[in-house]
Design a protein around this ligand. Structure first.
Ligand code: NAD
Ligand code: MLT
Length: 310
């Protein structure tokens, strides 16, 4: 019977599907060395975002036929190295779209109304209403960078909240943007006009530090940024400096250049910043969707059927 290694917690529905055709070992929290030492025993590997599937690990995985990513981003997997070795890489492009979009909107509102900080103070026995004078999103301008699946759903929700929508996405047609109520424009113009900027793009060499020191100079002092896509899209050192200098009003981040962001100066900032530990896909529904989606593809490949590759 083929063997599949699952290195991070996934919904039991996915494990049940894999178990139809394989022996499934759920070994969470393996060190890189432990993973490297055992990967040769497996025909399939299933990961989320924390496991780094490097070229070295892929080379050691000489029996691997398929690597599954229970989520969207495959930036933690060396896909070219896997392809060279004839290993299929699959993901779940749609399973967590709604979860990530809803987390984005939740972060935008939490940032605007200081909800996490106010909650913390009330629980500490304090009653300070003056400290938390917020802003409304109604009639504000939202700049969406990346109008794909998640960006589009964010647009739909934000439109219903009465926001004006701008978008930057060089791969999306004017017609598609208009259907979503968005005005497509250059990134520089979006930087200048938006009250809120939200990122929904993959992390690639082209998009790393897309938001950098120069970008912040173009924004309004009232601009707030939300990143529920990938750490590294924003230069975090420049972001901290921009917030401290009052160049922008704040940021809500679900993803970080290093996860967890231990020792990051972001952790020392005050109520201008809301941080969550990569929870964009953490809903019961999304976890069931992505685990099922990826497990079915691994099962099919192990049965010799074709798979959709990431
Ligand atoms: P998608 O592929 O549907 O959309 C991405 C969009 O980005 C596309 O429309 C593409 O044209 C656009 N794009 C690519 N390069 C660009 C560039 N240089 N400038 C502007 N636009 C560019 O992807 P999606 O499902 O919407 O996911 C978006 C991101 O969210 C991914 O990075 C994914 O990994 C991340 N994500 C994070 C979480 C989380 O837990 N925080 C959950 C799900 C997805
Ligand atoms: C994704 O790309 O799907 C996200 O990072 C979600 C996750 O795996 O937690």
């Amino acid at each position: 019977m083929p063997r599949v290694l699952v290195t991070e917690p996934i919904d039991p529905a996915g494990v049940a599907i894999l178990s139809q055709v394989a022996q499934v070992d759920q070994r969470h929290n393996l060190t890189a060395a432990e993973l490297q030492a055992c990967i040769g025993e497996y025909d399939g590997l299933l990961v989320r975002s924390a496991t780094k599937v490097t070229q070295g690990l892929i080379t050691a995985g000489h029996n691997l036929k398929i690597i599954g990513r229970a989520g969207v981003g495959v930036d933690n997997i060396d896909v070219p190295a896997a392809t060279r070795q004839g290993i299929v890489v699959v993901n779940s492009p749609e399973g967590n779209t709604i979860a990530a979009a809803e987390q984005t909107v939740a972060l935008m509102l939490a940032l605007s109304r200081y909800i996490p900080q106010a909650n913390q103070l009330v629980k500490a026995g304090e009653w300070n209403r003056k400290e938390f004078l917020g802003v409304e999103v109604y009639k504000k301008t939202l700049g969406i960078v990346g109008l794909g699946k998640i960006g589009s759903h964010v647009a739909t929700i934000a439109r219903a909240m009465g926001m004006r929508l701008l978008a930057y996405d060089p791969f999306i047609s004017q017609e598609r943007a208009e259907q979503l109520g968005c005005s497509l424009m250059e990134l520089e113009v979006l930087f200048r006009e938006a009250d809120y900027i939200t990122l929904h793009i993959p992390k690639t060499p082209d998009t790393t530090h897309l938001i950098n020191r120069e970008s912040f100079k173009k924004m309004k002092p009232t601009t707030r940024i939300i990143n529920c896509a990938r750490g590294g899209l924003i230069d975090e050192v420049a972001l901290v400096d921009a917030i401290k200098a009052g160049r922008i009003a704040g940021a809500a981040l679900d993803v970080f250049e290093q996860e967890p962001p231990a020792g990051s100066p972001l952790l020392l900032l005050g109520k201008e910043v809301v941080l969550t530990p990569h929870l964009g896909a953490s809903t019961i529904e999304a976890q069931s969707n992505v685990a099922t989606d990826v497990a079915e593809q691994i099962r099919d490949v192990l049965l010799g059927l074709p798979a959709r590759s990431a």
